[in-house]
Design a binder for this molecule. Structure first.
Ligand SMILES: [Zn+2]
Length: 303
């Protein structure tokens, strides 16, 4: 081998190694960048970012692409009256309860130390309250924010009271079961001041960022009376991944009021992002679009 050929060979090997290192570095930079892009989010699903938005949930969570999904648009003219269901019955303390308020990166949720039980409404079993959370819109409340719609009308706020079947040990076990969950949805329209919400609205700034928690007091009775005599019932899913289709939905027919200043407290205090994020993403529009009914029956009970 001549010195010139040896030099050419060495140059070729060097440039090949350099190319491999460059590709590896490039890949590494891409991975770092994609992680940075997701830093505003605390999970692999979201509401506001194209790659993880509701239209993409089914890619990671196949159940989100099934045919009995929630929420839905309830067309009242197509609902089927069923007087045999009876009212929704919620048993538990009338007193204000201690609890915990948490920003989970998708919503804020409240858990209470007092025990509440759901029955009636044609349910075979009793269900235990796991907690409640909220879905809402943005600075223009007429744009909606609720998950369920009634006759095509969206509302600025929807509260979900999540109950799990009491025959199971806890929410985690119940989520795996076909009869595991019952959720009561309550819709809110801008109107008068709502004292039921005020216990925890004042503390939202303490849970501004994902993962933050604070103690809270709430009186469930102000939200959920002992009996609800007007509601819609259908079989659907969780409205967030995993979108499992094991939820008996009970959507209250009477829309509740929330004042504009209370609504503004919700939309101006919260972020999807973790604490310390350079450009925190405001928590807005955390609702899933309505899903096709696909032949399901929506029952209505009205005393
Ligand atoms: Zn919800």
């Amino acid at each position: 081998m001549t010195p010139k050929l040896l030099y050419s060979c060495l140059l070729f090997i060097y440039s090949s190694v350099e190319a491999i290192i460059t590709v590896k570095m490039f890949r590494h930079i891409l991975i770092v960048l994609s992680h940075l892009a997701l830093l505003g989010h605390s999970a692999d699903w979201c509401y506001d970012h194209e790659e993880c938005a509701p239209s993409h949930w089914y890619l990671h969570y196949p159940s989100c692409g099934l045919s009995s999904q929630s929420p839905i648009n309830i067309i009242t003219a197509n609902t089927v009256a069923d007087s045999s269901l009876g009212p929704i019955v919620v048993e538990g303390s009338d007193a204000t309860s201690e609890g915990e308020l948490t920003n989970n990166g998708h919503s804020v949720e409240v858990t209470l130390t007092s025990k509440y039980t759901l029955s009636g409404a044609g349910l075979t079993d009793a269900y235990t309250l796991a907690g409640f959370h909220i879905h809402f819109g943005n600075s223009n409340p007429t744009f909606g924010g609720s998950e369920h719609q009634i006759n095509g009308n969206a509302f600025p706020l929807e509260v979900h009271f999540v109950f799990y079947n009491s025959i199971y040990i806890d929410l985690t076990e119940a989520k795996q079961q076909s009869d595991g969950l019952a959720v009561v949805g309550v819709l809110f329209q801008i109107g008068s001041f709502n004292s039921a919400l005020d216990h925890f609205l004042g503390q939202l700034s303490q849970v501004a960022y994902s993962g933050q928690k604070t103690s809270v007091q709430a009186n469930l009775r102000k939200f959920l009376p002992a009996k609800i005599g007007y509601y819609f019932k259908y079989n659907g899913s969780l409205t967030t991944p995993t979108c499992s289709e094991n939820v008996t939905w009970l959507v209250a027919g009477n829309v509740q009021p929330i004042s504009l200043s209370q609504y503004t407290q919700i939309i101006s205090n919260l972020y999807f992002s973790l604490p310390g994020a350079a450009n925190p993403v405001p928590m807005l529009d955390n609702f899933r679009p309505t899903q096709p009914l696909n032949g399901r029956t929506v029952s209505v009970y009205r005393k």
